[in-house]
Design a protein. Sequence first.
Length: 429
Amino acid sequence: MGRAKQLTFDELESKQSFREVKGPYELPEGWGWIKLKDIVTEDRNQINPQDFPEQEFWLVTMDCVETNTGRLLQRVVVRGKEIKSVKFRFNSEHILYGKLRPYLNKVYAPDGEGICTTEFIPLLPNYGIYRDFLAIYLRTQYVVNYAMKNLTGARQPRVDLNAFFKLPVPIPFKDNKPDIEEQKRIVAKIEELFSKIDRIKELRRRAREEAENLLKAALYHVFSRVDERGWRWVRIKDVVREIKSGFACSKTNEVEEGIPHLRPHNIGLGKIDLSNVVYLPLEMVDLKTYSLKRGDVLFNNTNSKELVGRAALVIEDMECGFSNHITRIRVKKDKILPEFLSYAINHLWMSGYFLKICTKWIGQAGVNNQKLKATKIPLPPLEEQKRIAAYLDKIAEKQRKLLELYEQTEKELEMMKQAILNRAFRGEL
């Protein structure tokens, strides 16, 4: 199949391709709304890599492209014999628009020749249309919303191409032709402003990393010189009265009704994270056996290496179930504070102790109840436990507030980018 070519100004004018259409908002003088199909060519230049078994291809898949930014996350080079299906060719003149699940917002402007999966639509902008200008526009929230309103396919939703090519695009004109110099100026201004925002985001990212290490540093400070402080070592089984694992469930409610059922990702660092909780039918949960009481410590006994060994404290009574990947610990309060036990376990988790003792298998790691009971922790007097727990609570609360602030800042910076794009494509930048 031959490659499509860009249309010249004369060809565009002879086809009356610049007929204006109605757009979602008013544009300034000198601008016009033009259908996408009138400024690009869909370039389905197919290739079967199997016909070139030893040739190396730069292959772009949806996973290679970062959501919203269009950055290339990884450059994959594969021999033709390893590629099992037909692909599209592209070069540095194309825009690759991810038609599958358009909410992912995968729009990539490649810097060379390669092949891509058919989940992309290769678009070849016509003369007078600056590729980067159009690529940035296709990443705007307006285009994402437009695509999501025009979907086809239930199992693998993708944008309806008939509707997609009717997408109105704002174009600056000069002498009745697209003003490519103005498009370039706008792109340069967007990139300048985005670069400043990205520098702020990088500084915030570093600050966030420091905040994420606050509690870890505090735990190390508390538990690093145990022997010097004269604390005695005890096994967990000596200071608890019950260790009980949860139960597996095969059926959950599709709506937020019934009994909450905690899973490993709900075990936050010290506190329970109730986001993304699943619900079970009431009859599936033995509340007498599995409900949680204030002061219970939940231990993540099985899951990914990032989570196994993490503990959370129950701060109020809860009617809920918890999975068999979670162990509930109830302490002897005359020997140890539940708050102190939670922090002691999380210090061991941060130090990598549980990964060293766990039973491992493909994809997961586990700490059974016997190994948990045999685990040694340092134990100061109760009054000192109270002082330490209060100190660590303050650090944890400071960390929580900082992380919330950074998350809010991240959202505000993304909103700032969208505001810049809104101005840019209204001719106000």
